[in-house]
Every structure is written in C-alpha cells, then in structure tokens.
Design a protein around this ligand. Structure first.
Ligand code: PSU
Ligand code: MN
Length: 328
C-alpha cells in the first residue's frame, strides 16, 4: 500500500499535466485576473453558490453579470469563482457563467466538498467558504457577496453552523456582505465569529450590525469603518501581521431596498418552520429557505437581494481599489 502511494506521488511529480495531483493544474485563472494580479491592480472575488443555489434562472445570470459590470465600472477586475468539470476557475467567461447559471446538477461546494467534486470532475458553485479558499490561493484578498452563512436558529441543538464561519476564522480574506440574514441566529453567529477571531466591522457611520434585508439587527459589531480607506487599512493590518484569520465587513442594505423588511421577516418565519417540519437538513437548508422566502414575498425578497448585492459590489470594489493603492 505504502509502495503504491509513493509510486503515485512520483507519477504526480513527473507528469505536470495530471489534474489529480498538481495544484497549478487544478486552477484556471482567467487571463484578465492573472494580469491584474501580476500588475497589483485591484481584483474582487465573487462567489457562485448564489448563482447555482441562491437565485432562480435567469435572475441569477443577470445579477452575476451586473455585479461584474459594477466591479469593472469602479475600476477593479471581477473574479467570479466556480468549479467547472473538476477545475477551480478564478474568473469566468460569459459562457462559463451561463453554464453554471443553467446547470441543474452543479453542487454547492464548501471546504468539505472540494475533494469529491474535483476528483470526480464535477461542476459546482462555491459558497463563501469555498470561494474564500480559492481566492486566497489565487492571492485575492477582497471578496464580495450578498450574505454569509451563520449559526442557524436552534443551532445550539442541531449544531447547524455554517462552514463559512470556520473559514473566516482560518483564511485571511475580507468578506464584504450585507450582514447575516435573520433566517439565522444573529446573536450566536456574532458570538461564534468572536470565538473564531474574526474581525467584524460595520461599513458606515455606526456599529449597528445589519440583518441583510434590514439595516439593523438589534446587535452591534465591535467596530465600524466609514470609508474604503479605513476598511483597506483593516485588511492591510491583518495581512502585515500575518494573522491567518479573515474579516467580515457588514454593509447595510441601501435605504430604498430595505422598505419591504417586515413582510420579508414574516416570510422568513414561515419558511424556517416549514424547513424544520419537512425535515430539510444540511446543505439544503439555506437554499430551501431562500427559495421559499422568495415565493412567499412574490419576488420582493429577490429584488431586495439584488439591490444589496449591487451596493456591496460597489463598496467592495472601492475597498479593493483603496487596498491596491495601499500597497504602492
Ligand atoms: N445567503 C444568501 N444567499 C446565498 C447564501 C447565503 O443570502 O446564496 C449561500 C452562500 O454561498 C453561503 C451559503 O456561503 O449559502 C451558506 O450555506 P450554509 O448555510 O449551508 O453554510
Ligand atoms: Mn448548514
């Protein structure tokens, strides 16, 4: 057995083309992203579970493309991360985005799923946790998304705690999001982030921690930053200290999209109850709730979701631009 393993390793070292063993051959970095990284220009990583599991077609595709356009308009290069037939892509072409958006068999890929998806040559959307891993390996420190996973309601019993939180504790990436959805237990999520050593800051003029669809959750962040420069300073300090932990920058939803808050809250309550009575568990919980909330609010939650992602993309790109100036 040992002999067979060492023979395998030897083969890996000798054959650079084998996708099963060499790190470089597992990654495809889009030429625009590669060039920008080499020139120390700002790059923004974007996730793809939101495309494969977070929104219905065709809204998923149009939103992904709009977000990329916003990043470009702000002067940064978008790098949407996803897995296509066993290869980790950092930066997707328009056809590749289309492929993921319409692919009904794409898996939801967090840290634990990489070995299976890659070894089987499958395709998938990377979650916040999965995207952080790939972004870090590619050298991209800023990542924009809508919302991160967290401790689920009743998580103290089910132990349903998103791998996103553990990843934030072990991977030095700044995640720009609209806070944590109230489908989750926000208080316990913040406690868990503190335990994991994650620096959490609200982006704006107060420490009020946002709850995705609403500008406040009733909880506070330990800190707040009011400009891209201040946010970039936090990231730069993390990197120069060599802390191996991430940052969470929580951007409140813009006022005009937050209006439908109460109706969405009611729908969330119904969807959470349905998920538990139907016995939905594991990785299916979050997509189930997102879809039900969208149905129950007749698309209003999706509209708010898209509005806040656009805003996050703008803020995240400005932070990435400030950070790249920082390095000069
Ligand atoms: N929250 C959203 N939209 C999403 C997700 C969360 O509003 O698309 C996705 C993200 O990819 C996040 C993942 O990383 O769900 C968390 O899943 P889980 O709760 O199973 O860890
Ligand atoms: Mn979970």
């Amino acid at each position: 057995m040992l002999w067979r393993f060492s023979a395998f390793l030897k083969r890996c070292i000798n054959t650079s083309s084998s996708r099963h063993c060499k790190k470089d051959s597992l990654f495809t970095i889009h030429p625009n992203v590669k060039e920008a990284l080499a020139d120390h220009r700002p790059v923004v990583a974007l996730e793809s579970t939101i495309i494969t599991h977070g929104m219905p077609y065709p809204h998923n595709l149009s939103t992904a493309k709009e977000v990329e356009a916003i990043v470009r308009a702000e002067g940064a290069i978008p790098a949407t991360i996803g897995i296509l037939e066993g290869r980790i892509h950092v930066g997707l072409s328009s056809d590749e985005l289309d492929f993921l958006a319409q692919n009904k068999t794409a898996l939801k890929v967090s840290r634990r799923d990489f070995p299976y998806v890659i070894s089987k040559g499958l395709s998938g959307g990377t979650t916040v946790s999965g995207t952080m891993i790939a972004a870090h390996k590619a050298g991209i420190p800023v990542f924009v998304t809508g919302g991160i996973g967290g401790v689920h309601r009743d998580g103290e019993n089910s132990l349903d705690v998103s791998a996103d939180l553990i990843e934030l504790g072990r991977t030095p990436i700044a995640v720009v999001s609209a806070g944590v959805k109230s489908i989750l237990d926000i208080g316990r999520t913040l406690e868990f982030l503190e335990t994991q050593g994650v620096c959490v800051a609200t982006y704006g003029d107060s420490k009020r921690f946002p709850a995705f669809f609403s500008r406040q959750s009733g909880f506070t962040s330990p800190y707040h930053v009011s400009s891209p420069q201040e946010a970039a300073d936090l990231i730069a300090s993390t990197l120069s200290l060599g802390l191996q932990s991430g940052l969470l920058l929580a951007v409140p939803i813009p006022e005009e999209h937050a209006a439908t808050g109460q109706q969405i809250e009611d729908a969330i309550q119904t969807a959470v109850t349905e998920a538990s009575s139907k016995g939905v568990t594991g990785r299916d919980v979050t997509p189930f709730i997102l879809q039900r909330v969208n149905e129950l609010t007749k698309g209003k939650s999706l509209k708010a979701n898209i509005g806040l992602i656009h805003n996050n993309a703008k803020v995240g790109s400005r932070i990435a631009c400030a950070l790249s100036r920082h390095k000069e």
